[in-house]
Design a protein around this ligand. Structure first.
Ligand SMILES: Cc1cc2nc3c(=O)[nH]c(=O)nc-3n(C[C@H](O)[C@H](O)[C@H](O)COP(=O)(O)OP(=O)(O)OC[C@H]3O[C@@H](n4cnc5c(N)ncnc54)[C@H](O)[C@@H]3O)c2cc1C
Length: 397
């Protein structure tokens, strides 16, 4: 039986980021780590591929520069029931194809001597052997002193180890279509949250599929409000743009949001990336997955050094980290932005009256911190936004 100190289950951005950070910063543990992936790269991952520049900056610190086709993004558009808002952000990031991006990350890991097994589907993770026993679908059994679950939204690690399915879940339906009249320019991504009764949004992201300029579109629905007829909504959304849904391949998937109330670890098993939970407000998860890896690697190295593999403080470590604070911010955004709460809290007016709030979001995406000009803009704009929000609330009352 093959035995390891650490087995990482799932070679998406969270798993590979954890492994790349170990390689760079804790090579001894990296040498005793195995990364398992059920697919064979290049593999498809349903995703719109919106990649915040902050993720690229984090990878650059590891001297990782994925050279994949990318549509650079410089502007974000947000539509709500009453307003169309936009913000320019020169360093926003871009849109990639996950088939290419994830492959590039995995290749770097392997080229640096990382140990990866593809077509290795994990079927269960149980206590046993030197700590944890990992059973593969072909019947093979592996042992490790600890396991990291980075196997995404429907991961087996969570299920096997008795974690719940999660508090915040979203349903997503994605499609790559031809460009259409009314699309924003190709350096712009659009979030359309025009429906106050819908806990989600539609998106239009420019994308490059095998060199062809297409548009990735879809519907994102946060499910706590109940099921929604996503297909009909997407059909109508496309029809307005002169596109026939029947012509395109529909890609349904789920997402899991980060919650403050759930544990992210148990004895010898730690969750990261979407297996733990990402941003429920927008469904953004690539940058978060990479950030989870940056946090997990030093944490794991320290736990191994001290031989304390109960991971009892991992949940707290995530919560107190920059990543945890960012995810908390997005959780608050979710509670203020969607459904009737947007009206009740006057969020729409606040956003419209204070463009700096949207700018803060775009800056966060890009990894640019606040500067004096931005803070001045926020200070000037906030009272106007609060005024607009109060006006809307009074009108409603
Ligand atoms: C339709 C859609 C659009 C999205 N758009 C965006 C976007 O524009 N920008 C953004 O930032 N985020 C987006 N997201 C979210 C983003 O795709 C995820 O949050 C991100 O991929 C999470 O990374 P991860 O590494 O945690 O998990 P994943 O990327 O899901 O990787 C998990 C890996 O584990 C492997 N695996 C699963 N089970 C097993 C098993 N049993 N054994 C071995 N391996 C296993 C999988 O094959 C996969 O390679 C979108 C999601 C969806 C569904």
């Amino acid at each position: 039986m093959s035995t390891w100190d650490l087995i990482i289950v799932g070679a998406g951005p969270a798993g590979v980021s954890t492994a790349l950070h170990l390689q760079r910063e804790h090579p001894e543990l990296a040498g005793r780590t195995l990364l398992l992936e059920k697919e064979t790269f290049p593999r498809e991952k349903y995703c719109a591929g919106g990649l915040g520049n902050r993720a690229l900056l984090r990878l650059a610190k590891l001297d990782v520069h994925p050279t994949v086709p990318m549509v650079p993004i410089r502007r974000v558009e947000v539509c709500t029931e009453n307003y169309k808002m936009g913000v320019e952000e020169p360093d926003f990031g871009g849109v990639v194809r996950r088939m290419e991006f994830d492959h590039a990350l995995v290749q770097t890991y392997v080229q640096r001597g990382g140990q990866l097994r593809e077509a290795a589907k994990v079927e269960s993770v149980e206590p046993g052997g030197i700590g944890v026993r990992v059973k593969l679908a072909d019947g093979e059994q592996l042992e490790a002193r600890a396991v990291v679950g980075t196997d995404g939204v429907a991961g087996v690690v969570r299920r096997s180890c008795g974690f719940s399915g999660g508090v915040y879940r979203a349903q997503v339906l994605e499609v790559d279509t031809d460009p259409a009249e009314g699309d924003p320019p190709r350096d712009t991504i659009r979030f359309d949250a025009s429906w106050p009764d819908f806990q989600g949004y539609a998106w239009d992201f420019p994308t490059l599929v095998k060199g062809q300029e297409l548009v990735c579109r879809g519907m994102y629905l946060i499910r706590t409000a109940g099921e929604g007829n996503l297909k009909e909504r997407l059909r109508d959304y496309l029809a307005v743009r002169g596109l026939d849904i029947r012509k395109y391949r529909l890609k349904p998937f789920g997402e899991r949001g980060y919650s403050l109330t759930e544990p992210l670890a148990r004895d010898r098993v730690l969750l990261a990336g979407e297996a733990a939970g990402i941003d429920i407000a927008t469904g953004e998860g690539i940058a978060q997955a990479i950030a989870y890896g940056a946090l997990a690697a030093p944490y794991l190295a320290e736990a191994f050094r001290k031989n304390r593999l109960d991971f009892s403080d991992w949940t707290r470590r995530v919560r107190l980290s920059g990543l945890g604070k960012n995810l908390l911010g997005r959780l608050i955004m979710y509670h203020c932005f969607y459904g009737d709460r947007r009206r009740r809290a006057g969020t729409e007016g606040l956003l419209h009256g204070s463009p700096a709030i949207l700018e803060a979001f775009a800056r966060g995406f890009s990894g640019r911190g606040p500067d004096a000009r931005f803070l001045a803009k926020l200070a000037v704009g906030l009272p106007r936004g609060l005024g607009e929000a109060t006006g809307a609330l009074l009108k409603r009352a």
